[in-house]
Design a protein around this ligand. Structure first.
Ligand code: MLT
Length: 261
């Protein structure tokens, strides 16, 4: 069993900097595959599989927290660069990025938050997560979260793009119950990051799919309003998995932001 997270290097870049892509739940770095190919080739692009998921399935730290996830991410990417990086985290990946702001602020040059939240879970949400974690382990499968394949996509995508729904189902079905449980338990005890974001003064980009029902545009607009130097970009024809549904549009927003750094 290895303690290291798996990193996929999508592009080596030509010196502009390093963009680190952090995926959502219950998938892995492959949710970024389509979007990564449109990122400005001057940038090194890394996709990290978070604890328990994708090719990091066997990395299940005993400390089940977003802080631990963030620590592992920074340990893994140090094999590629010692310079400060730009973090782009979607939903759970956004929680990890927010944890990293507290722990590794000097190592973070830019911040992109996609389809995520800053507040901690409600009591009901925590209970739900713990129930899902137990069910996944009991059933020995990721089936308990298979409904997220459609729930994370816009109704339009679900209605007319069956290949995207099938892609999401494939990503979810390939995850282990241990990874599902670890992630749910870590998200359940995550801290509220509102204050951290309110103090983050570097330019930041927020991206949300217009049809996101899990972290809706209003929630993301509220986060942007509390940050001193953040801009919100809404992506049409996309739900919670905006980079999967509209990879070019998301990459365009990211490239425009990277160009300002
Ligand atoms: C995700 O996409 O990462 C999840 O919706 C995050 C969550 O369950 O809060």
């Amino acid at each position: 069993m290895t303690d290291e997270l798996h990193v996929t290097q999508y592009a080596t870049g030509s010196g502009a900097g390093t963009l680190v892509l952090l995926h959502g739940f219950p998938v892995d770095h492959r949710m970024w595959d389509a979007c990564a190919q449109y990122i400005d080739p001057e940038w090194r692009v890394l996709g990290v599989d978070l604890p328990g998921l994708g090719r990091s399935a066997h990395t299940l730290p005993t400390d089940t927290t977003m802080d631990r996830s963030a620590t592992h991410v920074f340990r893994a990417i140090r094999a590629y660069t010692s310079e400060p990086v730009v973090l782009a985290g979607l939903s759970m990946g956004g929680y990890v990025a927010q944890a990293a702001l507290n722990l590794f602020s000097k190592d973070i040059h830019g911040l992109i938050l996609l389809d995520t939240r800053s507040q901690a879970d409600t009591e009901t949400a925590v209970e739900n997560r713990l129930r899902i974690a137990e069910q996944a382990l009991r059933e020995g499968s990721s089936a308990v979260v298979l409904g997220m394949a459609s729930a994370t996509l816009s109704p339009e995508t679900v209605a007319v793009r069956s290949e995207i729904v099938a892609y999401m189902r494939g990503l979810i079905e390939s995850q282990t119950p241990q990874g599902i449980a670890w992630s749910q338990r870590a998200m359940a005890c995550r801290a509220d990051s509102s204050e951290t974001l309110a103090q983050w003064e570097k330019p930041s980009l927020l991206i949300v799919g217009e049809d996101d029902e899990i972290s809706p545009a209003e929630v993301m607009a509220d986060i942007a309003a509390t940050m001193p130097n953040a801009r919100l970009e809404k992506i049409p024809h996309a739900g919670h998995m905006a980079p999967v549904e509209q990879p070019r549009a998301v990459a365009h927003a990211i490239n425009t932001y990277l160009g300002t750094l």
